[in-house]
Design a protein around this ligand. Structure first.
Ligand SMILES: Cc1cc2nc3c(=O)[nH]c(=O)nc-3n(C[C@H](O)[C@H](O)[C@H](O)COP(=O)(O)O)c2cc1C
Length: 224
């Protein structure tokens, strides 16, 4: 597999949520996905316990069913927002633009060549109840999120793309049933499209400069 001619800093600043520029017609080889996973699995985990499982979806029928779950979960989420059960702030024009792209992914997900569902064992057995403390959340999520981001960076450096998605977790159990995941003891981190990108030129995102959101040695009392 050929790597793009990008520096590490360029990969870090141009790995975007790709939706409309996912190439839905180009197949993705399992070998490339496995290569990206090998890289991703180098990420750190709490107590060095890699209690994870990575489910790659590449059969059209399974992808179609996963896409159905995603679509239904998004419909439920939208209804929850409309009926005030879910807090949501529509802040900027950028949010409007984003939603068109979000809808595109929702409507075309069934056409993806592959997807990834990262699964983590609930090591302390508390995440599904109301016992979890910050320590449990930070340790558990911190033991899967670095590796998933590495996976996305590895895709990017190979001319491929993804988008971090969590919407389907409104229907997490349905996805667990579809893929045979033991729901009570295992948590899904999200659903990640895998495809080559249409073109490879992506730009850094608009973000607040670090200096605006960083302080040294103390919190700013009125920061928000
Ligand atoms: C925790 C998390 C959950 C997200 N969930 C979704 C999702 O369900 N569907 C979707 O289309 N994008 C989702 N996104 C993608 C974000 O909308 C996207 O990262 C954000 O708009 C910034 O764009 P960028 O990644 O290109 O900088 C999610 C991102 C994160 C980090």
């Amino acid at each position: 597999m050929t790597l793009l001619d990008l520096t590490i800093d360029e990969v870090l600043t141009t790995t975007r949520a790709v939706r409309k520029r996912l190439d839905l017609d180009r197949p993705v080889e399992r070998t490339v996905i496995e290569e990206c996973l090998e890289l991703a699995l180098q990420a750190p985990t709490g107590s060095n316990q890699q209690q994870w499982h990575w489910i790659v979806l590449d059969e059209p029928e399974v992808i179609g069913q996963a896409a159905d779950i995603y679509r239904e979960a998004m419909a439920q989420y939208s209804a929850d927002i409309a009926e005030g059960r879910e807090h949501y702030e529509r802040q900027t024009v950028r949010a409007e633009q984003m939603s068109e792209s979000v809808a595109y992914l929702r409507d075309n997900m069934h056409r993806l060549p592959a997807m990834l569902v990262p699964v983590l064992a609930d090591r302390f057995g508390v995440l599904r109840g109301d016992q979890a403390q910050t320590f449990h959340h930070a340790s558990q999520w911190g033991s899967i999120i670095p590796s998933v981001w590495s996976f996305m960076l590895a895709l990017r450096s190979r001319g491929m793309g993804s988008a971090w998605t969590t919407i389907h977790l409104h229907r997490e159990q349905e996805m667990a049933d579809l893929l045979g995941i033991p729901y009570e003891t295992h948590i899904q981190a999200g659903l990640f499209p895998i495809a080559y990108t249409i073109g490879t030129n992506f730009r850094p995102a608009l973000r607040q400069p670090a200096a605006k959101v960083t302080t040294y040695n103390h919190w700013i009392p009125d920061w928000e």
